[in-house]
Design a binder for this molecule. Structure first.
Ligand SMILES: *Cc1c(COP(=O)(O)O)cnc(C)c1O
Length: 456
């Protein structure tokens, strides 16, 4: 019998080479730590993007702030800057320690991108940034605006008419489409959102209500992206937002780190050599967690440790990083189905750009079962009265796995962090949730309650 080869190797050979591969293929939970993880000063030399690029993105968002404040009144109180709160969640920390029967050293915090204005997910960073960047490029090329202008003039029929000659296309599992659709439609662009089968109905309905064209597929995210890319190739006035490769998306996400630094100072959370920071980031294709990680590394260097989180059925980034194959392999190649309720993370093939850029800066990556996400959802709601969508709970799991899993304990020892853990801060990046309709959230919550009483 001839066996299928994946990049020249049989499944048996892959399993022999990587001790975690068997568990990953069996969709068991794993915590992988990165053997290529290195010092920031060495890693950054190999990366073509720099702090200057992130600062440039930050400045662009400041230029657009007067416009954003005008057209999205919910951003008035932050003067048009789209930023989320960070909160300490001690009740949740105690609950987790109880449930997992393990002590978590340090303090637990939640970065509430779930409550970002305009689109209620981390995509309100990268997605909106790239649309604004494209709009600015077009407006400058056509002498409609200058960098010194007050950008609130963009809220006018003149600009809407101008942008209506152009269109924007994107492939998405839901939230990226939501942020790009809402922002582009507001500016006046024609927008086409290619949605994978995972996308929730309410996300499609909301976009259609804003005049966005939603094209639905029976297949997964990779197909939706491919179709969006194809559509844009045949139209010179159509701009494709490439979630798999875009440096603009990446830089839009990265800006978060500079703002987080200020927020942490305001609540007296210290990050330095004696006070390590751990950050847990839900990962789909990798752009969001990757961009945030890049920014955090620029700001906190070796004092920050970033872990990515994926569903056990969509472990594309952990496979890509572990094998070094990045976007050359998909989870389906290994017989994993990429079917998960965590729609924001339902991606079978990772971004090669993100994996290669950050291969020496990501500390590790772990997987979590859907059932755990629901349980954590209901526990967070009960303990802190914060409601998130299932994808956004993937981060929390890591904060306790670091202590429960041997690989996590080895990471702490190998990085000489053992005696510093009591001073550590753990930031869980809550990537989405505030726009979930009440009745849908109620179903999630009930599911979590039921699962808590049975499985744990
Ligand atoms: C998109 C998304 C992510 C992950 O971002 P990627 O850029 O796809 O890796 C995480 N959580 C939620 C809720 C998302 O929508």
């Amino acid at each position: 019998m001839s066996e299928k080869l994946i990049q020249g190797k049989t499944i048996y050979e892959w399993k022999k080479e990587y001790s975690l591969m068997n568990k990953i293929i069996s969709t068991e939970e794993v915590l992988w730590t990165n053997s290529r993880y290195g010092k920031f000063e060495d890693a950054i030399k190999k990366i073509s993007l720099s702090e200057e690029d992130v600062k440039d993105a930050e400045e662009r968002l400041k230029r657009f702030a007067p416009y954003i404040a005008k057209v999205f009144p919910e951003t008035e109180k932050t003067n048009g800057i789209i930023e989320s709160p960070i909160v300490k969640i001690p009740n949740m920390q105690r609950k987790i320690e109880e449930i997992y029967n393990k002590e978590m050293l340090g303090q637990l915090l939640l970065k509430c991108d779930s409550h970002l204005a305009i689109s209620g997910s981390i995509k309100a960073r990268g997605g909106i940034y790239e649309v604004l960047k494209h709009a600015e490029d077009l407006a400058i090329e056509n002498n409609m605006i200058a960098l010194e202008d007050d950008y609130s003039i963009i809220d006018s029929d003149k600009f809407r008419e101008f942008f209506s000659k152009y269109s924007i296309a994107v492939g998405s599992t839901g939230n990226l489409g939501l942020s790009i659709g809402i922002m582009s439609a507001q500016l006046g662009f024609k927008v086409y959102v290619h949605m994978s089968a995972d996308a929730k109905q309410w996300k499609k309905d909301l976009l259609r209500s804003k005049g966005v064209t939603v094209i639905e597929y029976q297949s997964d995210y990779s197909k939706a992206v491919e179709e969006g890319r194809k559509q844009a190739q045949s139209d010179l006035n159509m701009y494709f937002i490439d979630d798999e490769n875009s440096t603009n998306l990446f830089l839009g996400y990265a800006v978060a780190a500079y703002r987080l630094k200020k927020q942490l100072e305001e609540i007296n959370v210290v990050v330095d050599q004696e006070h390590p920071l751990f950050v847990y980031l839900p990962c789909g294709v990798g752009g969001g967690p990757g961009g945030v990680t890049f920014g955090l590394k620029l700001v906190f260097k070796d004092n920050v440790h970033c872990f990515f989180a994926e569903p056990t059925h969509s472990p594309c980034m952990v496979i890509g990083l572990m094998t070094g194959m990045h976007d050359k392999v998909s989870v389906q190649d290994f017989g994993i189905d990429n079917i998960t309720d965590a729609d924001g993370l339902a991606v079978g093939r990772p971004s090669g750009f993100v994996g290669k850029t950050l291969e020496n800066l990501i500390s590790g990556s772990y997987t979590v079962k859907d059932e755990q996400l629901y349980v954590l959802l209901s526990v967070l709601s009960d303990s802190e009265d914060i409601q998130l969508e299932p994808s956004a709970l993937a981060g929390i799991h890591g904060s306790i796995q670091l202590f429960k899993d041997d690989a996590g304990q080895r990471y702490i020892e190998n990085n000489n962090l053992k005696d510093k853990m009591k001073n550590a801060s753990h930031i869980v990046w809550a990537t989405g949730g505030s726009m979930v309709p009440k009745d849908v959230m109620e179903v999630y919550y009930k599911k979590g309650k039921e699962l808590s009483s049975t499985s744990l």
